[in-house]
Design a protein around this ligand. Structure first.
Ligand SMILES: NC(=O)C1=CN([C@@H]2O[C@H](COP(=O)(O)OP(=O)(O)OC[C@H]3O[C@@H](n4cnc5c(N)ncnc54)[C@H](O)[C@@H]3O)[C@@H](O)[C@H]2O)C=CC1
Ligand SMILES: O=C(O)[C@H]1O[C@H](OP(=O)(O)OP(=O)(O)OC[C@H]2O[C@@H](n3ccc(=O)[nH]c3=O)[C@H](O)[C@@H]2O)[C@H](O)[C@@H](O)[C@@H]1O
Length: 474
């Protein structure tokens, strides 16, 4: 029942040829897109996988608008609906909105005619499974038995297929009853079709729900920790890349999720931490809430500090200056712009009077305009964006923007991406930085919000380069 639910279902279907998987959604447009060659999201390798299971000889993946029929026919139902931050009512601005989930549960209770296993895949607050069970028990048909499991999803955008095929773990939360274990076993069998059983962990229902919020909060906390250190680097002459490299060699710390940036984005980190804050406050744990809130505060600070640095380097004003933004999505290899750092940075530059031209290889133009208004120009190419610009601002780490040597890992990720109808062919050549230097206007700044460029090489071309967590060149 969702965007990432569709991706998960495609992986389940392609690995379980004997299982029939039907994806349903209230949004008919999305179902139409899932049924076509222009999927509702760009995710490397997804179209290939969907086509194989949806259109191949052994068809077992279906996309349908008939929600009730799909419920009636299913033995196991994955709940993958959206759980955004609440906009109104108690907890507005912090708590997760469970309205969509509740709507789906009520529909299941209403139409189910035989026993079902309900799998909570959406990210939810701790103890939501209890609420689900209460709704099913009080509104379901007599004699119909529901088992509720928590099975949080840990995939990341851009690497979703690889994450689903080779997850670090699959987490199943169940009630510690014979019925709970039996339902967990049935779900484990689905995953065991392609992964070793010892990676499938069964824990308590509420622990599984909290683990998902905790994992996202911990990952975001690492980024905010590094970003806070990047400010010290900028002020002292230390280099954040050297600091993270040296810290990451300590096996207790490790190198993942350790890259300084303009700030983390994406649909989940902020909303899930806010949910953790709300739960903490609800439980009377104000200090705990303040601790996690600081992860978000540092992220806001990071985006703001990066923008202030741009304005400061450009003589304390960007009014009427042409600035080129390269990258708008919240990370590379996705067309998702939700909570992208680019939204904050560009909005402030526009508010200060800059003329901003944006190029992103994957973000859709109407989405960019929905995110920040139509005051910006959206370009077909990086060169169009950079023409006569005084500064280039890199906000997403797309491979084509970096001027470093291409690694084998990158080359194989390029192959996986492949051309996908409806999107620009994503196997693109690297940006021709000498050409960019020729078409820009002085002072030819590059503000690298992702530390993807080799600053030394760009400086040889006449650029002034400012990187996150490195001292200012000016
Ligand atoms: N986006 C991601 O990378 C990940 C998301 N998650 C979690 O998965 C959940 C879904 O996330 P997204 O796919 O990003 O959300 P999304 O907003 O892209 O998709 C949710 C879909 O659910 C549909 N929907 C809502 N209520 C429905 C109902 N009653 N019946 C049928 N369909 C209904 C909506 O029409 C929408 O298409 C969230 O809880 C999120 O936190 C978890 C891991 C990764
Ligand atoms: O619940 C979710 O939605 C998902 O949230 C994140 O995945 P995602 O947001 O898709 O992508 P990440 O790779 O985690 O990146 C998040 C943001 O942090 C930024 N980031 C990431 C890593 C890093 O070292 N530095 C950094 O700034 C990225 O550019 C991006 O803006 C988690 O990594 C997933 O495990 C989780 O399932």
């Amino acid at each position: 029942m969702c965007i990432y639910g569709g991706t998960t279902c495609a992986v389940i279907a392609s690995n379980n040829p004997e299982v029939v998987v039907t994806v349903v959604d209230l949004n008919a447009e999305r179902i139409k897109a899932w049924s076509s060659d222009e999927l509702p999201i760009y995710e490397p390798g997804l179209l290939h996988l969907v086509k194989k299971a949806r259109d191949g000889a052994r068809r077992n993946l279906f996309f349908s608008k008939s929600i009730s029929s799909a419920i009636i026919e299913a033995d196991l139902i994955f709940m993958c609906v959206n759980t955004p931050t609440k906009q109104t009512g108690p907890g507005a601005g912090q708590a997760l909105e469970l309205d969509y989930l509740e709507g789906a549960i009520r529909r299941i209770a209403e139409v189910a005619q035989n026993d079902k296993i309900i799998v909570e895949k959406s990210t939810v607050p701790c103890r939501t499974a209890e609420t689900i069970r209460e709704i099913l028990d009080t509104t379901g048909r007599p004699g119909v038995k529901f088992s509720v499991l928590s099975n949080p999803e840990f995939l990341a955008a851009g690497t979703a297929i690889a994450d689903l095929l080779q997850p670090d773990r699959v987490l199943i939360g169940c009630s510690k009853t014979p019925d709970g274990y039996s339902a967990a076993g049935a779900l484990a069998d689905v995953y065991a079709a392609w992964m070793p059983r010892d990676r499938i962990i069964t824990i308590n229902l509420f622990s599984a729900e909290l683990t998902k919020l905790a994992a996202n909060a911990l990952l975001a906390q690492r980024i905010s920790s590094i970003n806070s250190l990047s400010a010290i680097c900028e002020a002292t002459g230390a280099d954040i890349e050297e600091v993270t490299y040296a810290c990451g060699l300590d096996s207790r710390i490790g190198p993942s999720m350790f890259k300084a940036s303009v700030g983390f984005g994406g649909s989940c980190f902020k909303k899930d931490i806010l949910s953790l804050c709300y739960i903490s406050e609800f439980l009377g744990l104000a200090e705990v809430s303040a601790y996690w809130k600081s992860v978000i505060d540092i992220n806001e600070y990071q985006k703001d500090k990066f923008t202030s640095r741009i304005v400061s380097c450009l003589g304390n004003t960007v009014t009427k200056k042409k600035l080129a933004v390269l990258g708008f999505t919240f990370k590379k290899d996705t067309d998702d712009t939700r909570e992208s750092a680019a939204i904050s940075v560009v909005s402030r530059l526009v508010a200060e009077g800059a003329h901003v031209s944006i190029y992103d290889p994957c973000a859709k133009t109407d989405q960019i305009w929905r995110d920040i208004g139509t005051y910006v120009t959206v370009c077909e190419s990086a060169y169009e964006a950079c023409m006569n610009a005084q500064a280039v601002i890199i906000l997403t780490e797309w491979d084509e923007f970096n001027n470093r040597v291409t690694t084998d890992a990158q080359r194989s990720s390029d192959r996986l991406r492949g051309p996908q109808p409806g999107f620009v062919n994503l196997i693109r050549s690297k940006l021709d930085w000498p050409l960019v230097a020729d078409i820009m206007c002085p002072p030819k700044y590059v503000f690298d919000g992702r530390n993807v460029v080799d600053a030394g090489k760009l400086e040889e071309l006449g650029f002034r380069v400012e990187c996150v967590g490195k001292p200012s060149m000016s």
